[in-house]
Write a protein that binds this ligand. Structure first.
Ligand SMILES: C[S@@+](CC[C@H](N)C(=O)[O-])C[C@H]1O[C@@H](n2cnc3c(N)ncnc32)[C@H](O)[C@@H]1O
Length: 382
């Protein structure tokens, strides 16, 4: 078996022809490894990499997550991928059982029926076809690690595909990335609840063409009901940019925009609960401190927005609507913080802010800062 050799983290991986490996997903893998280490902190679990490819994720979790991985299974439907995974396990001195099978079939095997404490789902496109089996193989405390590379679908570029796969309406407008991530979490919550689990997102990341979420499951009817109660809908007015969200059923949302009377666009059902666990992100930062610039930057960004309510204000859209020049998110945050509001940028979208201030306060800050910018420009010209 020939192929390219790749070094990533503490793993050395051979990538034969016909086996999938994307070096652009490195940040996703680096972050996931640290998240598992932080989340399990000394606990050992039975783990499965359900869509292994070269086996890189399973191998890195095993080598780098602080001994969190006990018995390890690696599954791939592609014969070449299963062979590559076997070879890479050997190359890295990692013990693991490889199944050349569809995960959905593997899930019916005796080995799988014992359940898992950690399940890695990193398929092509949508993870939805894997969620039922992942939930069925979960136990109290299981961590689901879910990648969705169908971000375009979740962000509203293909609304019919989103309806078919996630039974949800996306938003092809302001906040579409966070709305997409929350539609994914909503689908995970609905599937988990069918198997009597509630969910608690540990981190949610939007990067390039994909979303990645780590979600901890807790068993019990009450937990499942509490989780489903975190689902709701969003209404966004493209005329005045007013965005409102409500947990519960769709008719709790206004039929007309309360600010301008226009008919808003709706999105959902989606998860309106917490999407980041601040304590876990702080732990990732303390484990990683200074070792990996990408992980540090990402964890810091997620931590800064962890305490803030859902959705964000896109400042370029707001400035355009107010017919003023561009303003910096940091300046808007400083101004809002001086008034006692919480505010931060968001990794979901550049030039945007998350805040607990109402839209009118953000508009005020944008207008004032733009006017200040105009005055400074004029003074420089004189
Ligand atoms: C995106 S790749 C995995 C990449 C790998 N996790 C990594 O980080 O490099 C998806 C893999 O899922 C496999 N696959 C697709 N459908 C599957 C199924 N139903 N069960 C198991 N594996 C599947 C493909 O053969 C492919 O190797």
């Amino acid at each position: 078996m020939t192929g390219a050799a790749v070094a990533e983290g503490s793993a050395r991986i051979l990538v034969p022809k016909g086996v999938f490996f994307n070096s652009e997903m490195r940040l996703c893998r680096d972050f996931s490894v640290l998240a598992l280490k932080a989340a399990l902190a000394g606990k050992k679990v039975r783990a499965v990499d359900a869509t292994a490819g070269t086996g890189v994720r399973g191998i890195r979790y095993s080598k780098e997550a602080g001994g969190a991985v006990g018995e390890l299974f690696l599954v791939d439907v592609n014969r070449r991928a299963a062979a590559a995974t076997r070879r890479n396990l050997k190359l890295n001195g990692v013990k693991g059982k490889v199944a050349n099978n569809a995960f959905q079939r593997f899930a019916c095997s005796d080995a799988a029926r014992k359940g898992f404490g950690f399940i890695e789902l990193d398929p092509f496109g949508s993870p939805v076809p894997f969620l039922h089996d992942a939930a069925r193989l979960s136990r109290d405390g299981t961590i689901l690690s879910v990648t969705a590379t169908d971000a375009a679908v979740l962000c509203g570029a293909h609304p019919k595909a989103c309806l078919k796969n996630y039974q949800a309406k996306p938003l092809n407008a302001c906040c579409c990335h966070e709305v997409g991530a929350r539609i994914l979490l909503g689908k995970i919550a609905r599937t988990a609840s069918e198997f009597n689990f509630g969910i608690a997102p540990l981190f949610t990341l939007s990067h390039k063409h994909y979303f990645k979420a780590f979600v901890a499951l807790s068993e019990g009817a009450e937990r499942a009901v509490e989780s489903v109660r975190e689902l709701g809908f969003v209404a966004h007015c493209s005329k005045c940019l007013e965005t409102v969200y409500r947990k519960g059923v769709a008719n709790a949302l206004p039929q007309k925009c309360a600010a301008c009377g226009e008919s808003p666009e709706y999105a959902g059902p989606l998860w309106l609960g917490r999407i980041q666990d601040g304590a876990l992100l702080a732990k990732i930062l303390s484990i990683d401190r200074g070792r990996d610039k990408g992980v540090e930057k990402t964890a810091s960004a997620l931590l800064a927005e962890a305490r803030l309510p859902p959705l964000y204000f896109e400042l370029h859209l707001m400035a355009k609507r107010l017919s003023v020049g561009a303003v910096k998110p940091e300046s808007v945050c400083r101004m809002l913080e001086r008034k006692g509001f919480a505010c931060a940028g968001t990794h979901f979208r550049h030039n945007s802010v998350k805040t607990d201030a109402p839209k009118s306060e953000v508009e005020n800050a944008v207008a004032k800062l733009a006017a200040k910018g105009r005055r400074a420009k004029r003074a420089r010209r004189l």
